[in-house]
Design a protein around this ligand. Structure first.
Ligand SMILES: [Zn+2]
Length: 453
């Protein structure tokens, strides 16, 4: 076996001729291998967009060399260097001729683009950029090319939709929104768009045929009126649901409001105490006791301030430290603890799979909320009462709320992670790729059977 064959195998390209190789250094002093190559005779002068395999007339053959970054060989930076003439395509006009190792307009090899997409699906921003030695912006472009190659037409995702979920995620400090539509049956994202509201969601429904709209049985989402309005207008056969994931989120928000209020009160108390102590300066015996009171008050304010996660989490997921915080709140702040208990019992009752039992428990909870004398929770009770029918609809559909929650969390995490992409298309492509069952092939590996969601 010749060295050239090994190099071609390592690069994962068949239709190429390796002329020579050269070891150089990059500007940073890293070793770099340059592979001087050209496409195989029967792959030369092809249009990158038409797949007819016809040789096209050369428009101008510049002797300037182009470079494509390939996957590293054992940490050694690899680049393919080749001439890239322009050809005249009867359909696409004057275009740079295709090369068998790269996607159109890419300065990276196909394997490189696909590997980056595979990594971006699983790893965080800095891990992908630093391992692959590319910027986060470039990661976005690699992902888009991989998505385009693996799924040129995403409209097939809109076929056979029965149970869908609509969610909006805010990012960039809440200034921008992304609306996503999820197919609950396949757990994949089927549609993504920038913005939120009725006009944005309408674009989704308008893309569907009348038959496709009629086939939709369930539309879930948060309590937003614009979702209800769209469902009423476009899906005659659909049942509108509010998923419990969002209801628990409302309760968590209400609890957090209350926590902030409690913290403000504790802080004010602390200030008053400090003033009083200042006034009583000069009496040592009393001072000793006063400083004790002061430190207790300080401790209390601090506990409340840092208890956001302890209050928001499910009790089974609490760390030891958070358990202590919760115990402190239970001992010192009856109102906040009661609100916490209400949030927890709401969360648990929404897990009930039996609709009759769930409705009974929800009614019980609603009357508890009405009598609780905590304004934010009385208000929360009213809101839940307004959405009761939609919440019950969700429980009746039997869609797993845990799955909805996991999916929504995954999408919002992804949006927050990748909002550094300047180009929104890259972000949309990443969401579509990550929240799908597309298998991304890796170089020189047998096709991976395991579908990664
Ligand atoms: Zn063409």
């Amino acid at each position: 076996m010749t060295v050239n064959t090994v190099v071609k195998k390592a690069l994962g390209v068949k239709s190429m001729v390796v002329n020579s190789m050269e070891l150089t250094k990059t500007a940073k002093g890293e070793s770099k291998l340059i592979v001087h190559a050209r496409p195989h005779k029967n792959k030369q002068c092809r249009c990158p967009y038409c797949d007819n395999g016809r040789r096209l007339p050369i428009y101008d053959s510049s002797h300037e060399l182009s470079h494509w970054r390939a996957l590293d060989f054992g940490g050694l930076l690899v680049e393919i260097e080749s001439e890239s003439p322009r050809v005249t395509c009867p359909v696409h006009g004057v275009v740079t001729a295709a090369v068998p190792w790269a996607f159109p307009k890419s300065r990276f090899t196909k394997d490189f683009d696909l590997t980056v997409a595979w990594m971006a699906r699983r790893l965080n921003k800095s891990a992908v950029s630093s391992y692959m030695r590319i910027s986060w912006e470039t990661v976005g472009r690699c992902v888009s090319r991989a998505r385009e190659y693996l799924e040129p037409d995403t409209s097939s995702r809109l076929d056979e939709l029965k149970r869908i979920g609509i969610d909006e995620t805010s990012y960039s400090k809440g200034h921008k929104y992304i609306t996503t539509v999820v197919n609950h049956d396949t757990n994949t994202v089927v549609w993504v768009a920038e913005g939120h509201g009725k006009s944005v969601l309408e674009a989704f429904f308008q893309q569907l045929t009348q038959e496709q709209r009629d086939a939709i049985e369930v539309v879930s989402g948060d309590g937003a009126r614009w979702i209800t309005a769209c469902v009423d207008e476009y899906c005659n056969n659909a049942c509108r649901c509010t998923d419990p994931f969002h209801v628990v989120e409302w309760a968590t928000q209400a609890l957090d409001e209350l926590r902030k209020e409690a913290w403000r009160e504790a802080n004010n108390e602390l200030k008053t105490l400090k003033k009083e102590i200042k006034r009583g300066r000069g009496r040592p015996a009393e001072n000793d006791q006063a400083s004790k009171i002061l430190s207790t008050a300080k401790e209390r304010a601090k506990e409340i301030k840092n208890s956001r996660y302890a209050l928001g989490k499910a009790p089974e997921n609490l760390t030891e430290n958070q358990e202590v915080k919760l115990a402190m709140i239970q001992a010192n702040d009856n109102r906040l603890y009661r609100a916490y208990m209400m949030k927890e019992s709401l969360r648990l009752l929404l897990k009930t799979k039996d609709p009759i039992k769930a409705e009974m428990e929800l009614n019980h909870w609603l009357s508890w909320a009405q009598r609780c004398r905590i304004p934010t929770f009385v208000e929360l009770g009213r809101k839940i009462k307004r959405h009761k029918e939609f919440i019950m609809n969700f429980i009746r559909t039997g869609i797993s709320n845990a799955r909805v929650e996991a999916n929504n969390n995954k999408i919002s995490l992804l949006i927050h992670r990748s909002f550094g992409f300047r180009n929104l298309t890259n972000l949309v492509d990443l969401i579509m790729l990550v929240c799908s069952n597309i298998v991304i092939p890796l170089s020189n590996r047998a096709s991976m059977v395991k579908k990664s969601a």
